[in-house]
Design a protein around this ligand. Structure first.
Ligand SMILES: Cc1ncc(COP(=O)(O)O)c(C=O)c1O
Length: 419
C-alpha cells in the first residue's frame, strides 16, 4: 500500500503538469486594474480579450454605485443561512420574479454559483430510472452533474442531430424498460467554439420522442435574442426549453446564477436542490447588484448593440484577413492556427509582450493536436481602435508563425518540455 499523496506528487494531472512552465503567465495570470478593455499584465497595459464582461457592466459607474451601497448597507454576510432556513428575503424573491419574466418563464430560482447549481439541478431532475442524453462537448459543470446520476446516460456527437436521434432511440427503449423519463441537455452557446446549441432542431425532435430539455445558456443570456433572453429566444424556441439555466458570471458581471421554468418544476427544484438547501444564501450585495444589472439589460439595449457592433467588427475583420474563426454563432470568437504547444506559447508571449494583446490560448488535449485556439471575447467596452490594433497584431503573429519565428524561439522551451 502506498501513501495517498504519492500519486498526487508523481502525477500533477493534465494541466498541473505544465505548472512550472505556465503558471503566472499562461495559467493563473494576474490581470490588474479596473475590469475593462484595457488592463495591466506584468505592469504593462494590454487589450483584454479574455473577460466575459460582455455588456461592460463590471465597471459601469451605476453598477459600481449600487454594489458599493449594497455592501455599505448589508456587509458581505446578510442574509445568513440557507434560503430554506434563515437566508430568504423579499429581494431574493423579487429578483427571481424579474429573472423569470426576463427569460419568459413562469418562475425562477436563484443559485449561489452556476457550477454547483446546475449540477444539483441535473441531480434533482432525474432518478436512477431516468436517462440523460447530452452533448459530448458540454461544459464541465454538466459533465459533473451527469456524474451524480445513478442511471444510464448517453452522449451525442457535438451538435449532431443524427447522433442525438440515435441516442434518443436507445434512451427511449431503455426508458420503456425502466419506466423512467429522458432529460436532454445542451448548451445555448458552446463557450469554447462559440456555436449555438441546435435548440430549434432539438425541440423539433420532441415531436418524435418524449423528453425534457435543459439548456445551459451561460454565454447566451444577455447577449442573444431580441431582448437578450438568450439562445432560445434567438432561435424562437424559448418556450420549448423546459429548464433554462444561466449564470451571473458573464453578461451580469457578478456571481450567482438561476434556473427558470414552469412554476411546478421550479417549486420542486426549490425543495430538492441540494447545493442550495445546504449552502448559504446569495448575499444581498449580489442580489441588489443583480437587480440593477438586470434592469440595465432590460432598459439599455445600447449595451447589447455596442457589444454586437464590436463582435461583428472583430469577426468580419478576422475573416477578411483570412483567419479561420470556425463556426461561431455568438460573441465567442475563436481563432484557429496551426502549431505545436511550444510555438503557441511563444506566439502568446509575443502577443502580450510586443503587441499588448491579452487573449486566452487553448491547446491539446482540449482541441486536436497541432491546433492552436486563441479565444477572444469582445465586449461592449472595446473600441474600434482596440479591434484595429488587434487585427494588425494578429496578421503580424500569423506571419511570424508561418515563417518559423516561433519554432525557433520555442526550441529551448520544447527541449525543456521533452516535445
Ligand atoms: C457554460 C457554463 N456553464 C456554467 C458555468 C458556471 O457558472 P458559475 O461561474 O456561475 O459557477 C460556466 C462558467 O462560468 C459556463 O461557462
Amino acid at each position: 500500500m502506498r501513501d495517498l499523496f504519492d500519486r498526487i506528487i508523481e502525477n500533477k494531472g493534465p494541466l498541473g503538469k505544465w505548472a512550472s512552465q505556465a503558471e503566472g503567465y499562461f495559467v493563473f495570470p494576474k490581470l490588474e486594474g479596473q475590469i475593462s478593455n484595457r488592463m495591466k499584465f506584468n505592469g504593462k497595459e494590454v487589450i483584454t480579450w479574455s473577460i466575459n464582461d460582455y455588456l461592460g457592466l463590471a465597471n459601469h459607474p451605476e453598477v459600481r454605485k449600487v454594489d458599493a451601497e449594497a455592501a455599505a448597507d448589508h456587509g458581505a454576510a446578510y442574509p445568513m443561512g440557507a434560503r430554506m432556513m434563515s437566508g430568504h428575503t423579499d429581494l431574493h424573491e423579487q429578483l427571481q420574479n424579474e429573472l423569470a419574466s426576463f427569460v419568459k418563464k413562469e418562475a425562477a430560482y436563484l443559485l449561489n454559483f452556476g457550477y454547483q447549481g446546475i449540477m444539483s439541478a441535473i441531480d434533482a431532475l432525474v432518478t436512477k430510472d431516468d436517462i440523460i442524453v447530452y452533448d459530448v462537448d458540454s461544459h464541465a459543470c454538466i459533465i459533473d452533474g451527469v456524474r451524480l446520476h445513478m442511471g444510464k446516460r448517453f452522449t451525442y456527437q457535438h451538435n449532431d442531430m443524427d447522433s442525438l436521434e440515435k441516442n434518443l432511440e436507445r434512451a427511449t427503449k431503455m426508458a420503456e424498460q425502466t419506466g423512467g423519463g429522458i432529460l436532454v441537455i445542451s448548451e445555448g452557446v458552446f463557450g469554447m467554439r462559440g456555436e449555438q446549441g441546435r435548440l430549434k432542431e432539438i425541440v423539433e425532435l420532441k415531436k418524435k420522442f418524449k423528453f425534457r430539455l435543459l439548456v445551459d445558456d451561460a454565454h447566451g443570456f444577455g447577449t442573444l435574442g431580441k431582448t437578450g433572453a438568450g439562445a432560445g429566444e434567438e432561435q424562437g424556441v424559448q418556450e420549448d426549453i423546459d429548464v433554462y439555466f444561466a449564470t451571473f458570471a458573464k453578461s451580469m458581471a457578478s456571481i450567482g446564477a438561476f434556473l427558470a421554468g414552469d412554476k411546478e418544476v421550479i417549486d420542486y427544484l426549490k425543495y430538492n436542490l441540494r447545493s442550495q438547501m445546504f449552502a448559504k444564501s446569495l448575499p444581498m450585495i449580489f442580489v441588489k447588484g443583480a437587480l440593477k444589472r438586470l434592469d440595465m439589460l432590460r432598459t439599455m439595449p445600447e449595451l447589447k448593440n455596442k457589444l454586437w457592433e464590436n463582435v461583428n467588427a472583430l469577426q468580419n475583420g478576422l475573416k477578411e484577413r483570412g483567419f479561420d474563426i470556425g463556426t461561431t454563432q455568438s460573441c465567442v470568437t475563436p481563432v484557429y492556427l496551426n502549431g505545436s504547444i511550444p510555438e503557441a506559447m511563444a506566439l502568446v508571449k509575443d502577443l502580450r509582450e510586443n503587441y499588448g494583446i491579452f487573449c486566452s490560448i487553448v491547446v491539446y488535449p482540449v482541441i486536436p493536436k497541432g491546433l492552436i485556439l486563441l479565444r477572444m471575447i469582445p465586449t461592449a467596452t472595446h473600441t474600434l481602435e482596440d479591434i484595429q490594433v488587434t487585427l494588425e497584431a494578429f496578421s503580424a503573429i500569423r506571419s511570424r508563425l508561418e515563417n518559423g519565428t516561433y519554432k525557433r524561439l520555442s526550441q529551448a522551451v520544447a527541449v525543456a518540455m521533452g516535445e
